[in-house]
Design a protein around this ligand. Sequence first.
Ligand SMILES: [Zn+2]
Ligand SMILES: [Zn+2]
Ligand SMILES: [Zn+2]
Ligand SMILES: [Zn+2]
Ligand SMILES: [Zn+2]
Ligand SMILES: [Zn+2]
Length: 484
Amino acid sequence: MEIASTRGVCPVCGKNATLKCGNCRREFYCDKSHQSRDWPRHRSACIAWEIGRDADLGRYLLATRDLAPGDAILSEAPLVWGPSTHATQRLCVGCGKRCNDDIDMRCGVCRWPACRSNCEGLSDKKRHESECALLARARIIPRCEVLLVIRMLILWRTKSKRWTSLANLQSHEGSRGPGTDAHDEVTSISQHLGPLLMAFDCQDILPKICGLIDVNALETMPPEGSMAIYENASLLEHSCVANTRHSFRIDDKGRPRITVYAVTSIKKGEHLSTMYTHALWSTRIRREHLLVTKYFACRCKRCADPTELGTHLGTLKCPCKNGLMLPNDPLNSNTDWSCNVCPGIVTASEVAQLMDRLEEEVTGIMKQATEHTLSDLLSRLTVLLHPGHQHCISVSHSLIQLLPPNDPRKLELCKLILNTVTRLDPHGARLALYTAVTLRELASCPDEDRQAHLFRAASLLKMEPLDSPGQKLLRLVEMELCSL
Ligand SMILES: [Zn+2]
Ligand SMILES: [Zn+2]
Ligand SMILES: [Zn+2]
Ligand SMILES: [Zn+2]
Ligand SMILES: [Zn+2]
Ligand SMILES: [Zn+2]
């Protein structure tokens, strides 16, 4: 949805121009010198955001002009990045790409995993070379999940400007004291990094670094499996109906540069938001996850609506068989749930117990899913849960991919899933792949407008990152469209 024009008129000299302002993509220049000469004037029209301050939220971003869907809002390189702190794969210490598991390739100096022996990131001063000697000396077992912490320790120790920006972000250390999972994690990282921490004399800064990562780091793609912290993009506040999406690309220095786009029309002065949880988790799960990982109690319009915008993602069926069980106060995790027909009530802990039990069952069966086991599971779930419930949707999404096109359940389930994703993510900002898979299954059903569904699937997938499963599906869908 980016503005399609590729040329314009330079505002300085009036000549035809093809150099586009990389930030707003709305102004063209004949060359770099006229671009910088125009900057004092263009600046206020170009930058679409500013930092606001609020006693509860801390710093946040707001729009300084009206934005249309697809507008680029901001683009920046990370302050620091590295393998995710929950990385399970080996990622290259030079470039962040996934290493081949069959060959034990390593950096020749520090012996940390590398994608290939001559990866250009390994000898790049701005990337691995500056940390390589330290890693070689530190005698830490090379485990990718601590590399980001080490990189931040180096920024702290060298009093880098980037550390100053990092230290300004929230780290919520007050909520991460003894007895919390976060505290246990810091202890275990501290044991792993023992020799380095001794050498640096930096035990005290470790809890802050871990807090900064947990609260601010965004998962990147590409490179897959890494995390990055951004000076401004990390200030985007959470909303379960977020108004921005973002994508990453590797810049000429090998870093994952983020670009944040508007997904809806945003009015001047509105807060800019992103989503830090899974869009298809129900409110109870999302809010708990946000509270535990981001120390944030979401009160967005989706969280405040007991039906979750009419999707019933968390709704249970009442044993009376006629009514639905909904939370009385969805913003209170201890709330009772009541039937909308009879006087029946269940407590929050009864709901939690039932959900834990069902989740275990769903996870178990999804591991060895067949058409039969999934159909069977879905009919048992729908006795207890609304058909739009999170568990029913996830089982349905697997089942539609196994049902033959002429099975009437396939059509019905595809429509149910599309109804849910359209309400939660009308612009395909979070669930593009999920939705496209559903549209492709729907396209195979008899009497459906095959071309229209495949076309919509393709347009949703166009924004998916390079080399991602979404791009692979896009190629398949485009082939199918061609053969119609
Ligand atoms: Zn010019
Ligand atoms: Zn601009
Ligand atoms: Zn590499
Ligand atoms: Zn090295
Ligand atoms: Zn919310
Ligand atoms: Zn009832």
